[in-house]
Each structure stands twice: as structure tokens, then as C-alpha cells.
Design a protein around this ligand. Structure first.
Ligand code: PLP
Length: 412
């Protein structure tokens, strides 16, 4: 694209309109014209109730409303308040106490953590490795910083994690680059709902240890949906395994308060390293805080105080966890409903375990989505299929969708 007026392209491919938001806007237009009953808007990446309203954890909201000005008005330190740094580590690690060196740096959502990891652990022109099915803003984050995305196949023929493809791409990129950042979004992968098993994790770590003899690998675990993948302790069982990473592999967890605390708009998250040496952990803190200073400076203080208060009060923490579980269970029911109906309709789906999204492999996703839009069904076409947000539609809508999608796919 060369039709910039004042702005510079700088090697980026900037579309005229964000594709997801434009579909979502069409859904909103139709809803206004034709009424709620005529529209299923499964495009939104936020948890909505059956009537399409944003779900907000009332226990978290109460803490927010009771903050006093000194708790939100002043600047927070660049890397986050010391109390937040402790609380956010508890939030990600829970009962597991790491024996590696950890440091936390506050970021504006998980997005900021991904951005800082790319800027510090890869070089200009590098490829960042991730799964073929992935959250598309990874491309923006890479491109914005003069990097690009290379993908390996997430699934093998049996629908398990494709270790072969992962290993081949890791080796290929390391034969050309000094460093490699790998992004794995698990559990509750966006867009498929997949989660690596502990066995798959062990093999991933073996592959990385073998491949990294004289080069550095940063394993960025995008855990934005960690609290929507079944039991909150069990879904974290992979974390201790990360201690088996060799000296040349550093895991970083990208954590987010957007979904788990329904604080999407307050923009809070963190990046947490699990380093083998104190030097690597201290370097992590120094370089990531430098990047923060040069992009958003410091993060909002209010959500940092909210998380600190929650972790300072066991009863409050229990209340938040219980409230979240209700919504988590609702999400699982929607996923099960979709899977059951897909089976009945003979609609092939990708292996869904939990989370906000389900996906259908499809050769002509744009066409099928356009056909469905005429019926008032709004879904997101992706490179190799269609994404459905179970988070934003009712269980009844989840039951309706598979037959409608199947019909649209068969239409000539
Ligand atoms: N990673 C994935 C896979 C996501 O889907 C999202 C949000 O939709 C994020 C990270 C980051 O979200 P936030 O920056 O709001 O924490």
C-alpha cells in the first residue's frame, strides 16, 4: 500500500479499517434496524450475558468504586507498584512457588507484555514464531516493530499439538537468527480453545532445549485466558514444568487482568520472567521497564491497587474466584452446546477445550461469513476458517449456529 498522505508506511501493511470492528459494526447496525432476535453477534472477545450485556464482576467493581483518589490519581512506578508486582505473581503462580528467578513488570494488558517481549528479545527483521491459528494482533505487534510472524501448524492429523511442525520451524528460524521469540497462547487458545497437555509441554521444552545450544530462545506464554480453562490450579499445572527449560531458554508469562477481572478498559497486565539466573531476571526488569518508558511510560495505578487489595484479603479473593467460576461455567456450557450441535450437524470443528472462542476449518471463510451475515449471523473469517465467540452469545445461540454454518458452507 502506497497511498499514505502524511504518514509513513515504514514497511507496515496498514488496512483501511480493522476487519473485526467493521464486522462488529455491521452487526450493531442490523441489530438496531431489525431487533435483537434477528441477530447473533459472535464477533466480540468479551464475556457477555445472554442478553448481550458486558459481564462485570461485582466483587471487583466494588473494590474499584471504593478506591480513594490517592490510590488512582498519582503515577505508578514505571514497572508497577511493589505491591502489585507481588500480587500479580501470586495471581499467575497461585500455590506453585517457583525456584527460578522471577521478576514482574506491569504492562497495559497482555498486549503490552507481548509488545515488550518482542522489542527486547528479538532483533529488527526477525521472525516471531507462533501457531498458524493465532490472535491476529500478534501480526500488528510484530510489524509495528519491524518484525514479522512465521507460523507452524498448531494441530497434527489427530488434532494434537503438532510437535513436528513446531520443531521444524524452530530449527529453521534458529538457523537464520541469533534469537527467537516463540508465542504460545495456552490454555484456552484464541481462537481454537486448545490447551497444551502437560505431556505436550514436556516435549515442547525438550525440543527447545535441543534447539537452543548456542542461541537464545524466549518462550512467551500468552496466558490471557488462564482463568477460563477449568480448575484454576489444574490449568496452571504446566508452570512448574517451565523450570526444566535450559539455560538458553527463558520463559516469560504474559498475564492479563482484562478477562479474569473484567477490567478490559482499565488496561492492566504484567510480564513475568522465569529466569535461570539472577542476572537474566535483573536484565529483564531493566530492559522491559526501558521499553515501557519509551512507549506508554507507566501503567494505570487503579487496577494495580485493585489486584493488591484482592490478594491482601483472602475473603475477597474467594468472592472474586467464586463469582468468576459462575461465568466460567456458563462459558463451558455454551462450548459444550456448540460441540454437541456441531456433532449432530456433521460440522467439523477444531479441538475445543475451553475459553472464549471456537473455530471451524473452512476453505472459503469470507464467502461463508458473508452468506451468514444475510441471515443475521456475524462471525469472524480467519485465514483458514471461521472464529465464533462463545463468550458473546447465549447457549441457545450456540445451539443454533452449527446447522446454520453447515448450511452456509454447503451453499453453492
Ligand atoms: N492474547 C490474546 C490471545 C487475546 O485474545 C487478548 C485479548 O483479546 C490478549 C492477549 C490481550 O488482551 P489485553 O491486552 O486486553 O490484556
Amino acid at each position: 500500500m502506497t497511498d499514505m498522505i502524511f504518514a509513513s508506511q515504514n514497511g507496515r501493511n496498514i488496512p483501511k479499517e480493522d476487519p473485526i470492528f467493521s464486522i462488529s459494526n455491521r452487526a450493531k447496525d442490523m441489530l438496531q434496524k431489525e431487533g435483537k432476535e434477528k441477530v447473533i453477534n459472535a464477533t466480540i472477545g468479551a464475556l457477555l450475558d445472554d442478553d448481550g450485556n458486558l459481564i462485570v464482576l461485582s466483587s471487583v467493581d466494588e473494590v474499584f468504586k471504593n478506591l480513594n483518589p490517592s490510590e488512582y490519581a498519582q503515577y505508578a512506578p514505571i514497572g508497577g507498584t511493589p505491591e502489585f508486582k507481588k500480587a500479580v505473581q501470586k495471581d499467575i503462580f497461585r500455590n506453585y512457588v517457583p525456584s527460578v528467578f522471577t521478576e514482574a513488570v506491569a504492562t497495559p494488558g497482555g498486549t503490552g507484555a507481548i509488545r515488550n517481549a518482542v522489542s527486547n528479545y528479538s532483533e529488527y527483521g526477525d521472525k516471531i514464531l507462533t501457531t498458524d491459528w493465532h490472535w491476529t494482533p500478534y501480526n500488528n505487534i510484530a510489524e509495528e516493530q519491524g518484525r514479522s510472524i512465521e507460523a507452524f501448524e498448531l494441530f497434527d492429523k489427530e488434532g494434537n499439538f503438532n510437535l513436528e511442525s513446531f520443531s521444524a520451524k524452530t530449527k529453521k528460524l534458529l538457523s537464520k537468527q541469533q534469537r527467537l521469540v516463540i508465542i504460545l497462547n495456552t490454555p484456552s487458545h484464541n481462537p481454537t480453545g486448545y490447551a497444551l497437555t502437560d505431556d505436550e509441554w514436556k516435549k515442547v521444552i525438550e525440543i527447545l532445549n535441543d534447539a537452543s545450544t548456542d542461541k537464545k530462545i524466549t518462550l512467551l506464554v500468552d496466558a490471557a485466558y488462564a482463568d477460563f480453562a477449568g480448575d484454576e490450579e489444574e490449568s496452571r499445572s504446566f508452570l512448574p514444568l517451565l523450570e526444566n527449560c535450559g539455560d538458553n531458554v527463558m520463559p516469560i508469562i504474559a498475564h492479563s487482568l482484562s478477562k479474569a477481572y473484567t477490567l478490559y478498559g482499565l488496561r492492566c497486565g504484567a510480564m513475568i520472567c522465569m529466569a535461570k539466573s539472577r542476572e537474566a531476571a535483573e536484565e529483564f526488569k531493566r530492559v522491559c521497564e526501558f521499553s515501557s518508558r519509551g512507549s506508554w511510560s507507566n501503567c494505570a495505578r487503579a487496577p494495580q491497587v485493585i489486584l493488591t487489595k484482592i490478594y491482601d484479603d483472602p475473603k475477597l479473593l474467594q468472592k472474586v474466584t467464586e463469582e468468576r467460576k459462575e461465568f466460567h461455567d456458563m462459558l463451558i456450557r455454551r462450548g459444550i452446546a456448540f460441540k454437541e450441535e456441531a456433532k449432530k450437524a456433521g460440522l467439523k470443528t477444531l479441538p475445543y477445550r475451553s475459553g472464549f472462542f471456537m473455530t471451524i476449518p473452512c476453505d472459503n471463510p469470507k464467502e461463508v461469513c458473508m452468506r451468514l451475515e444475510k441471515e443475521g449471523i456475524f462471525l469472524i473469517p480467519m485465514a483458514k476458517g471461521i472464529r465464533i465467540s462463545g463468550a458473546s452469545i447465549s447457549e441457545a445461540a450456540c445451539r443454533r449456529l452449527p446447522a446454520a454454518i453447515k448450511k452456509a458452507m454447503e451453499q453453492k
